[in-house]
Ligand binder design. Sequence first.
Ligand SMILES: Nc1ncnc2c1ncn2[C@@H]1O[C@H](COP(=O)(O)OP(=O)(O)OP(=O)(O)O)[C@@H](O)[C@H]1O
Ligand SMILES: [Mg+2]
Length: 252
Amino acid sequence: MRVAFVGKGGVGKSSLSGSFARVLAEAGERVLAIDSDPMPGMAFSLGLEQSDAGLPDDAVEEYEEDGRQRYRLREGLTGTDAVEQYAQRAPGGVHFMQLGKARGPQWNNRRQHFGFQRLLDDLPGDGWSIVGDLPGGTRQPFLTWGRYARTFLVVIEPTPASLLTGRRLARLAETARAPRVVAIANKVREPGDAERVSSRTGLDVIGSVPFDPALADADRLGKAVLDTDPDGPTATAVRSLVQTLQKSEEQS
Ligand SMILES: Nc1ncnc2c1ncn2[C@@H]1O[C@H](COP(=O)(O)OP(=O)(O)OP(=O)(O)O)[C@@H](O)[C@H]1O
Ligand SMILES: [Mg+2]
């Protein structure tokens, strides 16, 4: 399964994607969780201490082609090798990588960015499930950061701003000819919320997660809600989401 979580800032992408990756690993899949946001998020919901599990500079080579500067993984290093060597191991056996944190005012992440793209391009066929946590906003999620994904999960909370973002993402996905794009209603407080998400965005809502104070508490502690409240509403909703997606993959 290859999924990417997208949506407006603060809707719950990091909280849900980290939990999702762990549940998938517990179900027996070989999981690579990727945080493409230079501001940290996913590590905590996976149950890791704050980390910097990026690609080191020497894993990526620069070369020139047609007068342009390009990047590739170091000679002899496959995508799977790079994951095995450089990913952090999170609970449940999840492999975790982060694109690299912002450093200083002139931070440039081209090397990491393109190194990651090459790594991801090299993984299909090696039996990896990929779960990505993409940066907030609408900036090309379908073409660049998330191009490994076969399903985009747009996380939407029932607020006007988040619904509008969901709608824009749905349109952008059409123009970018993204593969499957579906919604997750998050921070749901009343029965009509999920329905509102689907009617306002035109997306199928394949899962909903209730507003859960335990999630906010876990975040304050920098811990995974799967560890602090393993049988609570978020864990239950994420398990059911994983099952729904696994079933739909079997059918397709
Ligand atoms: N179902 C929920 N119930 C209650 N609070 C939630 C829920 N989901 C997420 N939150 C809270 O919303 C806030 C934002 O969550 P999170 O960091 O996962 O969002 P994000 O989409 O990754 O944000 P960013 O775009 O900044 O990376 C956190 O304080 C989190 O605890
Ligand atoms: Mg986040």
